[in-house]
Design a protein around this ligand. Structure first.
Ligand code: NAP
Ligand code: MG
Length: 491
């Protein structure tokens, strides 16, 4: 417990830590113990955004011409520094966002892997050579950067998401104006420090703290921001898309999910319970890829349900910093309220609450935003708790008579981020992989797993078609220039 005066943090613009234009600050609280304030962060204004965009535009002039090997070296160095600081930054993440220390440090190490992958990108091919009609023409198409990119991120993966945007942004020769979620500014500060220490030139990465409605909005509207990469909610994402695409900017959205797991009648039920428990309750259900619907074939419904309830009741809930905690608090008071409201909605809709369903606020939970792991049964596909993203430790069980019915239920939502099936039958696995409407498909593993070197993103309302991570990131963070170079006549 800190009782000292909280440190006041700054923005990072044009290679310097700078005071924001106004004096408004926001305390950054620990959701496991709100008596701990991790720092005071600027609530910046459009003026700060403008300074950051100008710095990024200036830096772009030279950064775009920096060689691939030079950019690669900086990203490799950043990866090594982040790796050395993994424990420290992982702990900060846990204190700030609430996930467990294992997940916090794990996320930082995933960030290291992301940086290593994208450190390789500037030294891999970035174009194609074609044969032109005129044999004297040298014809090629190459990937070139976009310019200044606005990077707007949510709080739930405050290290990994900024890094899987910033690393390719920088690797392909763009410069960035980074606005992290207001709930997780400290991790954003620490990531920025890592890039500075790695020798990233001034103005290539600019960090502006503040609210979405002021800072995010100003980035989306700024005429010199050529592209926006956004991860967050559908409502905000679609608004950003409208505002930015209207002025001709390139926009990428990664949004919510309502991710299903189908339990086939031949499934290993112990495996199924582990997959659902981890998918639904790790990170307190606050993953875009979290499991929120379990669609169970009738022959195994009773056994599976009993096992899942028993497992949910056995989970250790507490502060993430404690090594034996399985599930930490929700990230904020607002998120907890939203989750409790959905639990009420579920009860009113007639779903059967089997376990959890309440806030935990006694004893060690008194100063945190805790909710017990919650399982609903008798959930019907059209209920709001089966259709809308809850973003908390709540999972609903739905029944299906056939695999086709299960897949139809799985597909009956607006979202299409990730999905999983538990089965021993390879035919069912292939059939599911073909029929399911999801950008990330798992067989016998949880909905919330993604490797850093492969494409990631959703279908339907979960994204805007483009993919992040792996080589797929190049599609968004570059544009194509085609060059016809004709030989001049010989002298
Ligand atoms: P959010 O409320 O949409 O916020 C995302 C970011 O947008 C934050 O930085 C926010 O600022 C900013 N913002 C808010 N209003 C804005 C505006 N008018 N203009 C520009 N930016 C604005 O989402 P969240 O609550 O942080 O995150 C949870 C959501 O993210 C869930 O729906 C989850 O599924 C989704 N998510 C998706 C993925 C994926 O890859 N598909 C991954 C993780 C999370 P503030 O800090 O002020 O809120
Ligand atoms: Mg928000």
């Amino acid at each position: 417990m800190t009782t000292t005066v909280a440190q006041q943090y700054k923005n990072y613009i044009g290679g310097e830590w700078v005071e924001p234009s106004g004096n408004e600050v926001r305390p950054d609280e620990n959701p496991a113990d709100t008596r701990e304030i991790l720092g005071l962060f600027p609530r910046s204004t459009a003026e700060d955004v403008n300074r950051a965009v100008e710095a990024a535009a200036e830096a772009f002039k030279t950064w775009r011409r920096t060689s691939g090997p030079q950019r690669s070296a900086i990203l490799h160095k950043a990866a090594n520094i982040l790796e050395q600081r993994a424990q420290e930054i992982g702990e900060a993440l846990t204190r700030e966002e609430g996930k467990t220390i294992g997940e916090g440090v794990g996320e930082v190490l995933r960030g290291v892997a992301i940086l290593r992958f994208f450190a390789g990108e500037p030294v891999r091919p970035i174009g194609e050579v074609f044969s032109a009609t005129n044999p004297e023409t040298f014809l090629w198409a190459e990937r070139v950067p976009l310019g200044v990119v606005g990077v707007i991120t949510p709080w739930n993966f405050p290290v990994a998401i900024p890094l899987w945007k910033l690393a390719p942004c920088i690797a392909y020769g763009n410069t960035a104006v980074f606005k992290p979620a207001e709930l997780t500014p400290l991790t954003a500060h620490l990531i920025t420090e890592v890039f500075i220490e790695a020798g990233l030139p001034a103005g290539v990465l600019n960090l502006v703290h503040g609210s979405g409605s002021v800072v995010g909005e100003a980035i989306a509207r700024h005429p010199k921001v050529n592209a926006i990469t956004f991860t967050g909610s559908g409502t905000v994402g679609r608004h950003v898309y409208q505002v930015a695409s209207e002025r001709g900017a390139k926009v990428q959205l990664e949004l919510g999910g309502k991710n299903p797991v189908i339990i086939a009648d031949d499934a290993d039920l112990d495996l199924a319970v582990e997959i659902v428990t981890s998918g639904a309750f790790r990170s307190t259900g606050q993953k875009c890829t979290a499991t929120s619907r379990v669609i169970v074939l009738e022959p195994v419904l009773k056994d599976f349900t009993a096992k899942l309830v028993e497992r949910a009741q056995s989970l250790r809930v507490g502060p993430g910093i404690r090594p034996d905690t399985y599930m930490g608090p929700l990230v904020s008071e607002d998120q907890r309220e939203k989750v409790l409201q959905y639990i009420e909605i579920g009860k009113q809709e007639g779903a059967k609450l089997l376990t959890g369903g309440t806030a935990l606020s006694e004893g060690e939970y008194a100063y945190g935003y805790y909710v017990a792991p919650t399982v609903f049964a008798d959930v019907e596909p059209q209920m709001r708790i089966a259709q809308e993203e809850i973003f908390g430790p709540v999972v609903g069980i739905l029944r299906a008579r056939t695999l086709d019915e299960a897949i139809a239920i799985a597909n009956s939502v607006r979202y299409g981020l990730s999905a999983s099936i538990v089965t021993r039958d390879i035919r069912k696995a292939f059939y599911f992989a073909r029929e399911i409407e999801a950008g990330v498909v798992h067989v016998n593993s949880e909905t919330a797993g993604a490797e850093p070197h492969v494409p990631f993103g959703g279908m339907k309302e979960s994204s805007s078609f483009s993919r992040e991570q792996g080589r797929a990131a190049m599609e968004f963070f570059t544009q194509v220039k085609t060059v016809y170079l004709d030989m001049p006549p010989a002298q």
